[in-house]
Design a protein around this ligand. Structure first.
Ligand code: DAH
Length: 341
């Protein structure tokens, strides 16, 4: 009997399966109901009573070693053998896959593009590194205008001046230089200003510029276009208000406020109890700018506007700190998962 057990022990030690099937066959042969171990226990009766205890222990030992060896091999082969295609259950529902979210600035930018595309505006882009002509001079900025100062502008080279663009208005110029009216486009992009980073300001931010140049374009066209935009973006009840302002490249110029979409104009902390929030600058393209771009200002007129994407994103989603847009914190970004444009 002991010899038999030793032979099986030997067999167990030399067992080297090549797949899970081999292991299962071995398991049935050794541990099955009619297997070797059961058979050995059944034969225990025939063993001399004084040897029975020892033999029983040997069989138990063989049994435990067999269980352990099978477990070890199983683990090894289960990792190795992934199921073949024919064994996969194609009707099983897929495992949950966690998609990322669009960045809130992309969501808002795409929504703006989407709204203006209904009005026939195309999308144009320009370089982030600009020369003085496109960023300032052609836009009617006097030589001594404070915006040219090192305080606001990141210069890359001086004389001739090359800088990171301080606004997307430079793309207007490139468009007017290269295309003939009618021109109807919006120009989203990144802009750079030498500002201290805080909850309300950053040295890198995004703007969308708008431009429409054709015969007989009027301030009424500008107002109606922007009214359509804000009612689509902020809601149908949104009202607009225009305040006179100044930009070198538009005449007349205005800043546009919208009725506070949080309190409906009653007054709250978003609108600082005024009922209105400022959202963009706009105006009629200054005839000098048209002429600088070789568009005859006696024949054509145009309107332009520019808004900060961060600003309107913060208003729309009530985000209190601008720095959140640049930190890539998933706790912030994943809140925009359900919004897709
Ligand atoms: N470029 C201006 C800025 O950065 C924004 C702006 C105002 C753009 C009026 C325009 C406009 O096109 O007409 O502050």
């Amino acid at each position: 009997m002991e010899e038999k057990i030793n032979a099986y022990l030997n067999e167990l030690n030399n067992f080297s399966p090549s797949n899970l099937e081999d292991i299962e066959k071995f398991r049935i042969r050794f541990l099955g109901k009619k297997g070797i171990i059961q058979d050995l226990f059944a034969q225990l009766i025939k063993v001399d009573p004084d040897k029975r205890k020892r033999t029983g222990a040997l069989i138990n030992d063989l049994k435990n070693k067999t269980i352990q060896k099978i477990e070890d091999f199983k683990l090894l082969f289960e990792v190795k053998e992934s199921k073949s295609d024919s064994e996969k259950d194609l009707t099983r529902s897929v495992d949950f896959f966690d998609f990322g979210s669009q960045h809130p600035l992309s969501i808002v930018k795409n929504r703006i593009i989407n709204i203006f595309s209904y009005l026939g505006f195309s999308v144009a882009e320009g370089p982030e590194i600009e020369d003085d002509w496109h960023n300032f001079t052609s836009l009617n900025f006097p030589i001594d205008h404070p915006a040219r100062d090192m305080q606001d502008t990141f210069f890359i080279e001086k004389n001739p001046d090359i800088a990171l663009r301080t606004h997307t208005s430079s793309v207007q110029v490139r468009l007017m230089e290269n295309e003939k009216p009618p021109i109807r486009a919006i120009m989203p992009g990144r802009v750079f200003r030498n500002e201290a980073i805080s909850a309300r300001a950053h040295c890198i931010f995004h703007q969308v510029e708008g431009l429409y140049v054709d015969k007989n374009v009027s301030f009424a066209d500008l107002k109606q276009t922007l009214l359509y935009f804000v009612q689509e973006f902020f809601g149908k009840d949104t009202k607009t208000r225009f305040r006179p302002s100044f930009f070198p490249f538009t005449e007349p110029s205005a800043e546009m406020d919208i009725s506070c979409f949080i309190c409906g104009g009653k007054g709250c902390n978003i609108c600082k109890n005024s009922g209105w929030v400022e959202i963009l600058g706009c105006g009629m393209v200054d005839p000098n700018v048209l002429d600088n771009c070789k568009i005859n200002s006696k024949e054509y007129s145009g309107f332009a506007f520019g808004m900060g994407i961060e600003r309107i994103t913060m208003l729309k989603y009530q985000i209190k700190d601008l720095r959140l847009f640049f930190e890539n914190d998933l706790r912030f970004l994943s809140q925009f998962k359900s919004i897709i444009y």
